[in-house]
Design a protein around this ligand. Structure first.
Ligand code: 16G
Ligand code: ZN
Length: 538
């Protein structure tokens, strides 16, 4: 077997001067540098599958919201979750072997460390986003898979969450049908049923209020998937698409998409501001993030970001659980980027505990598992809700003769299937938001009225070595460089309701500075002053 690996790997040499790292969301960089990395990811994925007795592992080739010339790759574990963190170091080590000898040694170490039986079958499902470089990288990944005789199924172009869903179904048939159509069927069934329950009046007739939303698909693969999903949805929802040119990969994420809207706090290309108080949303390039927005009656752009989605979900579940008197725990997981007003609203108004974790979905996801209803969202729009077995049992066994209670319990049962519990999913989150807005008959401005964001600013500083910036307390305080945190604390003290923190990016060669304060001027000043402190390291 190692002979085949030797032969194949010589076709995928590592670029000499580059150092790779399996970061927050896998490997991500300029696509032209990734050939050796994806080949080796193919090798590692095969070993991961063998180590787990032939469970199906996922490989997703995507660089999410990054520019068109980038690409990336990440592994998905059997239940649809991110790769086990203990394996990340092996991914990094493999990717950095300088020659075939080192590569074979590294593989042998992994095989003996995990006591992997190479005769076990290995199975992989693989997909990619709409980037131009995707096909070539796919072929190189497959070279890696073939080196270990791995069985693989190529699902072509998918959103990242669809691939997570398919991995889960491949290992757990109770989750759904392991196909793209299976995904649409599962989501649309629940969505249509919930709309039916929500709109049915006392006489059993349905009110036909139509709910409309315009989706900016970032010219990414989400556009194609929305077109396919549409045919499964009831006539009560109208999904309009803009920035849907996924076949023109040079347009991907350019002046559009969730990251653009969140960072610039303005409408993307392709959406004009004349439709007041109607709902818009933006996906990112691989459709695992979503942010919403609207233009209010004063023609002001209003963002409904991940914090607003989390608080809408929390409001809904809190109401439902109270109405049904269900004794289950509920918690919200945020990162340091969550707006301070959202945290105050959740703790003080909704009276739900908030837990903070470092940035990156794997951290939030892990913590959300501690609750019966664990809601996690990053402010950038990446998140979902996890439900425990205890919650599912309580809902399934619930008995009541009260019509309203029966209706509520039916909605909860369906929502468990509507929300993609494997990972944050723009399509599934969109549908969940629509059923909640329809449930309360909320307009975007009603949703937005729960709290007002504190002015906030995110800046990027390029430094010589970002690895010297070490944090603690869920990335909210620096431990190194020494004395920098006390300087930041001094600055924060001089502004009302303010907060600022500094952390090294996990996806870019930069340090990020976040600041928020009571008014925009203070916020700008604070962000600039903290950035100036960080610039001393550039
Ligand atoms: C990745 C993460 C995202 C996080 C972002 C932070 C996943 C799937 N994606 O895109 O959750 O917000 O990195 O980027 O975990 P940064 O470290 O450059 O600020
Ligand atoms: Zn993404």
């Amino acid at each position: 077997m190692l002979e085949v690996i030797r032969l194949n790997s010589s076709k995928h040499p590592k670029p000499e001067s580059l150092e790779f790292s399996y970061g927050t969301a896998g490997f991500r960089m300029l696509a032209k540098n990734l050939d050796s990395v994806v080949f080796r990811v193919g090798l590692l994925a095969s070993l991961r599958s063998k180590a787990l007795n032939g469970k199906t592992i996922g490989i997703m080739i995507t660089a999410s919201h990054n520019p068109p010339e980038d690409n990336g790759v990440k592994l998905v574990d059997p239940m649809g979750e991110m790769l086990d963190q203990n394996w990340e170091v092996h991914a990094t080590a493999l990717s950095n072997c300088n020659n075939v000898e080192e590569l074979c040694n590294c593989l042998e170490q992994i095989i003996s460390f995990f006591k992997i039986d190479l005769t076990t079958c290995s199975k992989i499902v693989i997909a990619r986003d709409s980037r131009e470089s995707g096909l070539k990288l796919l072929e190189s990944t497959i070279d890696g898979l073939k080196s270990f005789n791995t069985e693989y199924q190529d699902f072509g172009l998918l959103t990242t969450p669809q691939l997570h869903y398919i991995v889960r179904c491949s290992n757990d048939i109770s989750f759904g049908e392991a196909s793209e159509n299976g995904y649409y069927k599962k989501l649309s069934n629940s969505f249509n049923n919930i709309f039916h329950y929500e709109n049915e009046n006392e006489n059993g007739k349905e009110n036909s209020t139509k709910i409309c939303v315009t989706i900016d698909a970032a010219n990414g693969i989400g556009a194609d998937k929305i077109v396919k999903l549409r045919s499964y949805l009831s006539e009560y929802v109208q999904l309009e698409l803009v920035n849907d040119k996924f076949m023109e990969p040079q347009l991907l994420n350019v002046a559009c998409g969730a990251d653009f809207v969140k960072t610039n706090q303005k409408l993307p290309n392709g959406i004009n501001s004349f439709n007041l108080n109607t709902l818009f949303c933006s996906f990112d390039g691989d459709a695992d993030r979503i942010v919403f927005y609207y233009v209010d009656s004063d023609k002001v752009f209003k963002l409904l970001d991940g914090d607003k989605i989390a608080t809408l979900f929390a409001f809904f579940f809190k109401k439902m659980l109270a109405f049904l008197e269900l004794d289950v725990s509920i918690g919200i997981i945020q990162t340091a980027y969550a707006n301070g007003s959202s945290t105050t609203y959740i703790e003080d108004n909704l009276q739900i505990p908030v837990i903070f974790t470092p940035t990156g979905v794997k951290h939030l996801h892990h913590k959300a598992l501690d609750y019966d209803v664990g809601i996690y969202f990053e402010a950038n729009g990446h998140g979902t809700v996890l439900f425990s077995q205890n919650f599912i049992k309580s809902v399934t066994n619930y008995q009541s003769n009260n019509i309203e209670k029966k209706r509520s319990i039916n909605i909860l049962k369906e929502i468990v299937n509507l929300i993609n519990q494997t990972v944050g999913d723009a399509i599934s989150d969109l549908l969940a938001v629509l059923v909640i807005l329809n449930f309360f008959k909320f307009k975007p401005s009603d949703w937005d009225s729960n709290y007002k964001d504190l002015p906030n600013k995110l800046l990027k500083v390029i430094v010589k070595d970002r690895t010297i910036f070490k944090t603690t307390n869920a990335e909210r305080s620096l431990v190194e460089p020494k004395f920098l945190q006390s300087k930041i604390d001094q600055l924060v003290k001089s502004y009302n309701k303010s907060r600022s923190f500094v952390r090294a990016s996990g996806t870019e060669n930069a340090v990020r500075v976040y600041a928020e304060a009571q008014d925009p001027k203070s916020c700008d000043e604070l962000a600039d002053k903290v950035s100036a402190l960080v610039q001393e390291y550039s």
